[in-house]
Write a protein that binds this ligand. Structure first.
Ligand code: PGA
Length: 252
């Protein structure tokens, strides 16, 4: 597992053709030694094209969401097993847009994490508080709960990735301060060590929420920030490359 990860969450953007256009340009410009640090989360319908473009490369990709069941009579769902057949090695779980817009619970996240473990997929579990929860001084309690429930069936001796994404900082241009990030990441680290005594120290904790090329340098200086989950700024090749270079040229 690389010690710094920069993940692109394309959300509901980029047709398969646009994904190919992005990757053609991106792969030409990205230094090969940085590939293993980069993850791409395209739309479900673009997974196949992304899989073709990344064949033989070290960049990991996966779905942004999937059903907690493998296969069966579940009309309209996305199968993690099928994504795996396409070459997915990772997947997002519990992104705040899933939680808030689609009513996903901690329990559902736990079921998805369990399926990922059964299929040998290394997920990124997303946690983060809403503005109301922060103002009610509930941040640490909320993220600790999301983490503990989400990971309850994840094997304690297997690595996993966490993304801390304060909901009020996602897509808003408002970035959490270094102090706020530091506090949340330290709390998550302590919880991880309790949950997974052996591996808790090494589980990467990414920050997400309005990360841009011009704030990446400051944010990556937080000792507990092991990389980023990037939404808006991952849609443009130059912005995403700028963030990657800032993180990786710091000597990881
Ligand atoms: P943003 O999204 O970078 O556009 O704020 C981050 C995310 O939702 O993962």
């Amino acid at each position: 597992m690389p010690n710094k990860i920069i993940a692109a969450n394309w959300k509901l953007n980029k047709t398969p053709n646009e994904a190919k256009g992005f990757l053609d340009e991106f792969l030409k410009a990205l230094e090969t030694r940085f590939e293993k640090n980069v993850f791409i989360f395209p739309t479900t319908l673009a997974l196949h094209e992304v899989s073709r473009c990344l064949k033989g490369r070290d960049i990991l990709f996966g779905p942004q969401n999937f059903s907690e069941v493998r296969e069966g009579a579940f009309t309209g769902e996305t199968s993690l097993l099928h994504a795996k057949v396409l070459g997915a090695k990772t997947a997002l779980v519990g992104h705040s847009e899933r939680r808030i817009l689609f009513g996903e619970t901690d329990e559902l996240a736990a079921k998805k994490i369990r399926l990922a473990s059964e299929l040998g997929i290394e997920p990124i579990l997303c946690v983060g508080e809403t503005l109301k929860e922060r103002e009610g001084k509930k941040t640490l309690e909320v993220i600790a709960r999301q983490l503990a429930v989400g990971l309850k069936d994840w094997p304690k001796d297997k690595n996993v990735i966490i993304a801390y994404e304060p909901v009020w900082a996602i897509g808003t241009g408002v970035v959490a301060s270094v102090q706020q990030i530091d506090e949340a990441h330290k709390a998550l680290r302590n919880e991880l060590i309790k949950i997974m005594p052996k591996l808790g120290h090494e589980v990467p904790i990414l920050y997400g929420g309005s990360v841009k090329p011009d704030n990446a340098n400051e944010l990556i200086s937080c000792p507990e920030v092991n990389g980023f989950l990037v939404g808006g700024a991952s849609l443009k090749v130059n912005d995403f490359l700028g963030i990657i270079k800032t993180v990786l040229q710091k000597g990881s």
